[in-house]
Design a protein around this ligand. Structure first.
Ligand code: ADP
Ligand code: ZN
Length: 515
C-alpha cells in the first residue's frame, strides 16, 4: 500500500483494507466509475471515504437515508475530517456559510439527498468547484421494481452528463446482474468496473416447506427448533401480524407486533422490547426491516411469500448477524402464489417487472436443488451445496409427472383457460359440485380421470407449471390461464416434467405444547 493510501486509512481510523475495498478504491481514485454490490456490513462507506480523501476536491455523497448521513457526518467530524450535510433544516445563514465553505474548498465530504442534488442551484454550485467523486448510495432505488423505487433517482443520470470527468461510485446491497445493468444505464456509467461482495451467509439454514395449518407448523418450529430464542415472523398483512401475535401471547410467548399503521411510539416500544428481551418474537410486516442490525436474532419465519428474491434474502439475512447458527423457515402453498400474483401493481409496466421478480422467487421455491444454490444463483453467485437446507437433508423422492401435466394442460385447453384451478382439480378428481355442474363438467372426457393424484398433489403440479411458466395467468379483470410454448411441448410429449414430492413442515398442537 502506498503512503497516501495508508494515510487516508489512518485518518479514517482503520489499519487495513479488506480485499474488495482496496481494489474498488484503486479503481475509483484512478478516475474509473465503479458499481459496488455488497451486503449490509460489507464496508462500503470506507471505499468512497478513502477515495474521497485520495482525490482532489469535495466528495459528494448522495443518500436517501437521513439517519445514515447525520451519522457519517458526525463520525467524520469526530475524526477531524471536514464533512457537512446539506439539507432543508439548515437556516439561511447556515446555508450561506456552507456554500461559502464549498466555494473555498473547505469541505472534504458533502452529504445530500438526491432531490437536493438535482436542484439547478446546487448543480451550478458544484460545477464551480473541484469534485473528487460522486457516491450514489442505495443505488437500487433506481430500479423500478421492489418496494424501494424513488423517482428522484431516475434523474441522477444528469450527474454524469454534467460532470463527465468525475468518477461515480454506485453502491447497493445484494443485487442480480440485471439490476446492476439497470443502475449502470440509468447513471450513464456503462463502462464502470463492477465489484461484487460475496453474499453467502453459511450460518443460515434455509427451510422451505408446504403450508398446512401454518400456525401449528410455526409452533412446532418454535418449540423444537428455536426454543427460547429471538426471531422475526414476517406476515403480509397488518391484521395477520396482530392476530398471530395475540395468539402466541396467549400461549405464553413474549411476542410483539410491528407494522406501518402503528403509532410511532408503539413501533418504537416494540422495537426496544425486541432488542432488549431474550427470546422475544417479533411478528411484523416488512415495515420492520431497514436498518435493523441486532446480533441475537436466531430465526426468521415467512408466513407468506415475499415479493422478490432480493426481499427474501435480505429478510432472512437479519438472522445470525453474529455469525452463529441461525434458521430461516418459509411456508407457502399454491394459494399464496396466486394471492401474491394478484397483488401486483395496476400499471402494466410496473406489473410486468413485479411479476418477473415474483416468478424468479417461485422458481427458487419450486427448484429441486439445494436451497442455497438456487437462491444464490439468482444473484449470479455460485456455491457448493450447503448440506443443511431441507433439500440437502431430506431424502426426497421425485417422480415423473408428465402424464399428470398433460391431463391438466389439456383440461385448461378444453375449458379455454377460464376455469379456476380449484375447479380444474374438482373435474380431474370427478367431484360433482355446484361449479362443476354449472360448466357441465361430467361431459368432459377428463372428468374423473385424475384420481391417481390427491388434491394436494394436483396443487403441486399447478405450482410447478406456474413457476416454470408452462402456464401463466393473463386476465386483468377475469381469471384467465394461458398455455405457453412449453405447455405445448409437454402436450406433444417433447419435454418430461419431474416433480419433487411435497414436503410438509410438521405441526404441533396447542395441547402438545401445554403437555
Ligand atoms: P455497509 O455500508 O456496506 O453496510 P459499513 O461501511 O457500514 O458497511 O461497514 C460495516 C462495518 O465494518 C463498520 O462497523 C465498519 O467500521 C467496519 N469496517 C469496514 N471496513 C473495515 C476495515 N477495513 N477494517 C475494519 N473494519 C471495517
Ligand atoms: Zn442445501
Amino acid at each position: 500500500m502506498n503512503s497516501k493510501k495508508r494515510q487516508a486509512l489512518k485518518r479514517l481510523g482503520y489499519t487495513d483494507y479488506r480485499p474488495l475495498q482496496e481494489e474498488a478504491i484503486d479503481a475509483l481514485s484512478a478516475g474509473q466509475d465503479v458499481v459496488l454490490a455488497a451486503p449490509t456490513g460489507g464496508g462500503k462507506s470506507l471505499i468512497y471515504q478513502s477515495a474521497g480523501l485520495l482525490r482532489n476536491g469535495v466528495a459528494v455523497i448522495v443518500s436517501p437515508l437521513i439517519s445514515l448521513m447525520t451519522q457519517q457526518v458526525d463520525q467524520l467530524n469526530a475524526k477531524g475530517i471536514h464533512a457537512k450535510f446539506l439539507n432543508s433544516t439548515l437556516n439561511p445563514g447556515e446555508q450561506d456559510d456552507l456554500v461559502w465553505s464549498i466555494r473555498h474548498n473547505r469541505i472534504e465530504f458533502l452529504y445530500l439527498s438526491p432531490e437536493k442534488l438535482i436542484q439547478p442551484s446546487i448543480m451550478g454550485l458544484l460545477q464551480s468547484v473541484d469534485i473528487a467523486l460522486f457516491a450514489i448510495d442505495e443505488a437500487h432505488c433506481i430500479a423500478q421494481w421492489g418496494g424501494d423505487f424513488r423517482p428522484e433517482y431516475s434523474q441522477l443520470g444528469r450527474v454524469k452528463q454534467s460532470f463527465f470527468n468525475v468518477p461515480i461510485i454506485a453502491l447497493t446491497g445484494s443485487a442480480d446482474n440485471k439490476t446492476l445493468k439497470g443502475i449502470q444505464s440509468s447513471l450513464g456509467i456503462s463502462k464502470a468496473d463492477i465489484f461484487k461482495g460475496r453474499i453467502d451467509r453459511p450460518n443460515i439454514q434455509i427451510q422451505i416447506a408446504q403450508k398446512k395449518q401454518a400456525k401449528h407448523q410455526i409452533l412446532h418450529f418454535l418449540h423444537h427448533e428455536v426454543s427460547g430464542q429471538s426471531g422475526i415472523i414476517y406476515c403480509r398483512s397488518r391484521n395477520k401480524t396482530e392476530e398471530l401475535c395475540a395468539w402466541l401471547r396467549h400461549l405464553g410467548f413474549n411476542s410483539l407486533t410491528y407494522h406501518a399503521a402503528m403509532k410511532d411510539e408503539d413501533k418504537q416500544q416494540s422495537h426496544e422490547t425486541f432488542s432488549r428481551d431474550n427470546g422475544a418474537i417479533m411478528v411484523a410486516t416488512t415495515a420492520y426491516g431497514m436498518g435493523i442490525d441486532l446480533p441475537q436474532i436466531r430465526f426468521v419465519i415467512h408466513m407468506d411469500i415475499p415479493n422478490t428474491p432480493e426481499a427474501y434474502y435480505q429478510e432472512i439475512g437479519r438472522a445470525g448477524r453474529d455469525g452463529k447458527a441461525a434458521k430461516a423457515l418459509l411456508l407457502y402453498g399454491l394459494q399464496d402464489m396466486l394471492k401474491a400474483q394478484q397483488l401486483v401493481s395496476n400499471s402494466p409496466e410496473q406489473a410486468r417487472l413485479e411479476l418477473t421478480k415474483l416468478t424468479s422467487l417461485f422458481q427458487i421455491l419450486e427448484d429441486r436443488q439445494c436451497r442455497k444454490v438456487s437462491v444464490l444463483a439468482h444473484f449470479d453467485e455460485t456455491t457448493e451445496v450447503c448440506g443443511i437446507c431441507d433439500r440437502c437433508t431430506s431424502k426426497q423422492s421425485e417422480h415423473n409427472a408428465t402424464i399428470a401435466c398433460q391431463k391438466l394442460l389439456s383440461l385448461i385447453y378444453y375449458t379455454k383457460g377460464t376455469q379456476a384451478f380449484s375447479t380444474l382439480i374438482q373435474v380431474l378428481l370427478g367431484k360433482r359440485t355446484k361449479t362443476t355442474s354449472s360448466i357441465q363438467a361430467e361431459k368432459l372426457s377428463l372428468f374423473g380421470k385424475g384420481k391417481e393424484l390427491t388434491e394436494a398433489q394436483w396443487k403441486t403440479v399447478i405450482r410447478h407449471l406456474l413457476a416454470f411458466q408452462y402456464i401463466q395467468i393473463v386476465g386483468n379483470h377475469h381469471f384467465l390461464v394461458q398455455l405457453n410454448e412449453k405447455a405445448r411441448q409437454v402436450l406433444k410429449g417433447e419435454i418430461q416434467v419431474i416433480l419433487v414430492n411435497d414436503h410438509y413442515y410438521p405441526r404441533l398442537t396447542e395441547e402438545e405444547l401445554m403437555a
